[in-house]
Design a protein around this ligand. Sequence first.
Ligand SMILES: Nc1ncnc2c1ncn2[C@@H]1O[C@H](COP(=O)(O)OP(=O)(O)OP(=O)(O)O)[C@@H](O)[C@H]1O
Ligand SMILES: [Mg+2]
Length: 388
Amino acid sequence: MARVVLDKIFKTYPGATGNRPAVCGVSLDIADGEFMVLVGPSGCGKSTLLRLIAGLETADAGTISLAGRVVNAVPPKDRDLAMVFQNYALYPHLTVFDNLAFGLKLRKLPRAEIAERVRAAAMQLGLAEVLDRLPKALSGGQRQRVAVGRAMVRQPKVFLFDEPLSNLDAQLRAATRAEIGRLHARLAATMIYVTHDQVEAMTMGDRICVMKDGTIMQVAAPSDLYNSPANLFVAGFIGSPPMNFLPGTLEKSPSGFAFVASNSSRHAGANFKFELSAPYLSTRVADHVAQPVMLGLRPEHLHVPLAVSKLPVVPERSGDGDSPPLIAQIELIEPMGAETYLHLRVGENILIARIPPAGRHVLGEKLTLTPDLTHVHLFSSVTGDALR
Ligand SMILES: Nc1ncnc2c1ncn2[C@@H]1O[C@H](COP(=O)(O)OP(=O)(O)OP(=O)(O)O)[C@@H](O)[C@H]1O
Ligand SMILES: [Mg+2]
C-alpha cells in the first residue's frame, strides 16, 4: 500500500524573500495507486512539495506519511520512491543499459536480477533495441524514456515526476504522455506528477491539485475542476482558452435574480443584464444581492449567431422582455482547425467564444451574444469564492 499523506506541511527556504514560505500549510491525501497531478503558476511550490515527499528537502512543520509510516526523518533512499526530473541528466559515458542499471548496482542487487529488471523496463518502454547506445545517440523522446526507465527499474511504490515532458516537442509529448498513462495502468503505482501543461493535467490525473503561493486552491477530479471551480483562481487557471469573466452586481428580479454588468464605459452593449435561471443557482446567491460579483462563462458557453448579418444588430429579446442584450464586436479571429476562437470586445472586457470552424465572421463585425445561462459561474468579487 502506498498512500501518501501530507499533513499541514510548511517549508520556508533559508533566506527566502520576506521569509515567504514556499509551501504553506499543505494537506493532501493521495490514495494508493492514484495518479495525482500538481499544477499551478511558476513558483507556487510544486517542485518543493515533490522534493519534500522525496526527502530532498526537510519540512519545517507537518508530517509526511508514506504507506502509513511517517517518513520526515527517513533518508530519500529508504523511502521506496523514485523521482523523474525535468532535466533528466543521463550519464553521458554510460550506455542505456548501464544508465538503467546504475541505481540497482549502487544498491548491490544481484547481477541477474539487475539484467532482468533492465530488460523488462526496456521492453515496456520500447528501448530494447537501443540498450547498447550512448545517450547522445538517442532522440529526445528515447532519452526521456530512459529517465522514466531508471525510475521504473527500482520498482518503487511511488513515482514522482517533475515536469518530465517539458523538454519534448508536441508530438513526442503526446506519445510519452500516453506511455506514462499506460505505465500507471500497468504498475498500479501511486504517481505524483507536476506539470504546467493543461492537457497533461486534464488527461492524466485521477485528481488535480491546483496550487498558488504555496497553498492548495482546490483538489478535484479533472471534470469537477472544470465544471465546478471553487474559486476565481481555479476558474481562470483551468481551461484553454480561459473562462471569461464579467464584473457586475446581483439584483433581485421578478423571476429570481439578475446579473447587471458594471461598466463605466459608454460603449453600446456594455450595459447588459442577464436574468439568471433559478434552478441553476445555489441558495448562497441570495446572500450576495447588491454585492459585487464576477460572472464566469466558458468560451463554449458563449454562443454567437452563425452567419454574418448585413443588417444592423437587432437586439434579441431575452426571457423577460426587457434585459438589454450583450452586444460585442469582433477584435480577433483565431481559426484553430477544429474550432475557431473569436475575441470579442464588450465595453471594457474582451470575451472569447469558441465556435465551430465554418463561421464566416469578419473583423469589426458586431454581434449579439447569447450566453448559455445554464452554465453560468458566479464568484464573490470580495473573496473570489464560488457562490454555490
Ligand atoms: N533552493 C531554494 N532556495 C531558495 N528558494 C527557493 C529554492 N527553491 C525554490 N525556491 C523558491 O520557493 C518557491 C517555490 O519554488 P518551486 O520550485 O517549488 O516552484 P514551482 O511551482 O516548482 O515553480 P516552476 O513551475 O517554475 O517549476 C519559489 O518562490 C522559489 O523561488
Ligand atoms: Mg518546479
